[in-house]
Each structure stands twice: as structure tokens, then as C-alpha cells.
Design a protein around this ligand. Structure first.
Ligand code: NCD
Ligand code: ZN
Length: 361
């Protein structure tokens, strides 16, 4: 029997899709990401949303202030696109420094998306400015139509919105975020230049059975919702195949326990506490561990035209048990794999990376 490696050393990675929220929640979750990633692209779906360059730069400052002492981490920002976003905002964003683009949330598609875009044609003028200035459009790729089957919303989005959009703006750089289907993999593989996708740990490690394993499992509910095993296999093959169009974006999306364990629970899976470790599991499962570094540390930076990070992070194959819950202000947060094991761990986690009280229920 051959055994795989027990340690892997990577260049410090980038999380190209992350929700850190604000205030107490941000202080609770940010250390986990900063202990693993050198940079992350911070999602703008706060309440109210981060729609202007000024707001994004203020939010960026709050994130930097919330970092544990001595921890180096760079927040990369994106603005929330609305029907009313002016083309001049793209120019301001470009000049602002550290703002990589705009996030498109189809109105009503997901958590805090009500201020999103109601019809893509309404933002044509902004998209055109973005295309000219080189800003990137990050796309939540699901139609919001409640009459469309929830498992079909990504595929429908490709056909009715994304594919025509990519053709109408042939030089616009687009990241299809948190792809969840074989249809999305196929689209990205065959798409024109300038189109890439992020893939989350949950979509690589779980299929939709995980939503109902032994009962209804709210902590496995996110959007796009988990899909079939065939979809999961297709995502795994895509990332382990090493194609440069696929890169790491956790979509770690914390919600307090009460908001998840409710009659109408929020969408979002918190994975920042073990993000890189979970990806290592996924890559290892298909014999593709050597592809983890390019996926996590190179493809995203290269797509965005950023220098690759310096410094390293080491993962050891040593199982550990994820706490049942984590402190989050007065509330608690239930992390992915709560009370279960993760096969890999980060060596030498810096002090302050794990907030006190992590083990409690
Ligand atoms: C995200 C959130 O909670 O902000 N939820 C999720 O299920 N992924 C929003 C999003 O990225 O769709
Ligand atoms: Zn997200």
C-alpha cells in the first residue's frame, strides 16, 4: 500500500471569495482566515451593502483594524453592483487602490442580495466601463426566479445571463463564483479568454445528500445549494486537472447559530476555521495533492494580475476534531465539520489565530 505525504508546504494562499461581515462577527471570524491566507477578496454584501469606493475603503480599514496584533493579511475589495451603480464608480474604484471589481448579485438570489441587479441590461454602462478599465466582474451565477427548480438555477443562469453577457462584453473579465455543477465546469472550460471560476470546499467535499443526512442539516445549507454526486465529481476533476481557470474561493459565510437553526434558516457555510485543510482533503481524495498549490496560491493571483504571495504555510496530515461551535460575540457559530474530524492541520498556527472559548458548545 502506498501512503501519501504527511506534510505539504505551500506558498501562502489567497481566498478569492470570502464573507467576513463586520463588527463582532468580523472579529470572531477574521483570525481564522488571516492565519491561513495572505489575502482574501472580501464580499460586499453587508447590510447596507458596500456599493461605493468610499465605503469599500472604510470597510477595508475596519478589517485591518480587526486583525490580531502582528498578523499580516491583505483584504482585497469588491463593490456591490446595483441597478443604480454609476459608470463613474468604476473609475473611482479603479483609482481607489485594492479594489478588484464589482460583485453581481442577481436581486433575490442569495443572502443580502435584495439590493442586487434586477436585470443585467440595466448595468450595461458600468460593465462597459469595467471592460475598458480592467475591473473584474464577480458573479453569483444563479437565476433568482422562484419558479426555476433550485438545482437548475446555475445552469439556467449560464444560458440566459452569463453566456450572452460574456459575448456582449468580449473583453470583460469575469469570475463565475462558487460553481456547483458540471454545467458550470463545462462552461468555464469552453469559455473565451478572461473567464475563470472559484470553487468552495463544501462543493468539492459534499453532495446534496449531506443536506438530509440523518435529518435536516441547516449547517450544510448554502447557495448555490449542494448538487449531485456527478456534479461534485466534475468539480473535483476540474480542480485536480490543474486548469488555470479554476481557483480557490471558500465562500466561508458565517451566520449565528440561531439564524441557521431556524424555521427559515440562512444560507451560508462557515469554513474559515479549516479552509485550506478541507481543500487538502478534497485534493488528496483524488490523488491530486500536487495541484493544491497552483489552485490555492497561483491561479487566482495570476487571473487578477496580482503578484503571487511570498512566505509559506505548512500542512500536516494529523487529524483533529473541529469544535462543536465557536464563539461569535454573544452568539455561537457552528463550523463546517462541527464535532467531526479534519484530516489535515496547519503547522505552527500563529498565536491569536484561534479565539479563546473555541471548544465550548
Ligand atoms: C452567502 C452569505 O451568507 O453571505 N451565503 C451563501 O450561502 N453562500 C451569500 C452568497 O455568497 O451567496
Ligand atoms: Zn459568497
Amino acid at each position: 500500500m502506498s501512503t501519501g505525504p504527511t506534510t505539504i508546504t505551500l506558498r501562502r494562499p489567497d481566498d478569492m471569495h470570502l464573507h467576513v461581515r463586520d463588527g463582532e462577527m468580523m472579529r470572531a471570524v477574521l483570525p481564522f482566515t488571516a492565519a491561513r491566507f495572505a489575502r482574501a477578496l472580501i464580499m460586499p454584501n453587508l447590510k447596507p451593502p458596500v456599493t461605493s469606493t468610499r465605503q469599500a475603503l472604510e470597510y477595508r480599514r475596519r478589517i485591518l483594524q480587526a486583525l490580531p496584533a502582528g498578523v499580516r493579511f491583505e483584504p482585497l475589495m469588491t463593490l456591490y453592483l446595483t441597478d443604480r451603480t454609476e459608470p463613474a464608480e468604476a473609475d473611482r474604484a479603479r483609482a481607489g487602490g485594492g479594489i478588484l471589481g464589482f460583485k453581481l448579485y442577481p436581486a433575490g438570489a442569495t443572502t443580502h442580495s435584495d439590493a442586487g441587479v434586477t436585470d443585467i441590461r440595466r448595468v450595461d454602462a458600468v460593465l462597459s466601463r469595467m471592460e475598458e478599465t480592467g475591473l473584474v466582474l464577480q458573479v453569483h451565477g444563479e437565476v433568482a426566479d422562484p419558479d426555476v427548480d433550485i438545482f437548475e438555477r446555475e445552469a439556467r443562469f449560464i444560458d440566459t445571463v452569463l453566456s450572452p453577457l460574456a459575448a456582449r462584453f468580449p473583453r470583460l473579465r469575469i469570475v463565475f463564483e462558487h460553481i456547483s455543477t458540471r454545467a458550470a465546469v463545462q462552461f468555464v472550460l469552453c469559455a473565451r479568454e478572461g473567464i475563470a471560476a472559484t470553487v468552495t470546499p463544501q462543493h468539492l467535499l459534499m453532495n446534496r445528500n449531506a443536506l438530509f443526512a440523518g435529518g435536516l442539516r441547516p449547517h450544510h445549507y448554502c447557495l448555490p445549494v449542494l448538487k449531485s454526486e456527478a456534479d461534485r465529481e466534475s468539480l473535483l476533476a476540474a480542480v485536480a486537472g490543474g486548469n488555470r481557470r479554476f481557483f480557490l474561493g471558500t465562500d466561508s459565510a458565517p451566520h449565528g447559530r440561531a439564524a441557521k437553526e431556524a424555521a427559515c434558516g440562512c444560507a451560508g457555510i462557515f469554513s474559515a476555521h479549516a479552509a485550506l485543510e478541507l481543500y487538502a482533503e478534497a485534493f488528496e481524495a483524488v490523488g491530486g495533492l500536487e495541484r493544491l498549490e497552483p489552485f490555492a496560491c497561483e491561479h487566482g493571483a495570476d487571473f487578477y494580475g496580482l503578484a503571487r504571495n511570498s512566505g509559506q504555510i505548512r500542512l500536516i496530515k494529523k487529524p483533529w476534531e473541529v469544535p462543536a461551535s465557536l464563539p461569535c460575540g454573544a452568539d455561537r457559530l457552528v463550523p463546517l465539520r462541527s464535532g467531526e474530524r479534519v484530516a489535515w492541520q496547519v503547522a505552527d498556527e500563529p498565536p491569536g489565530a484561534t479565539p479563546a472559548g473555541a471548544a465550548g458548545r
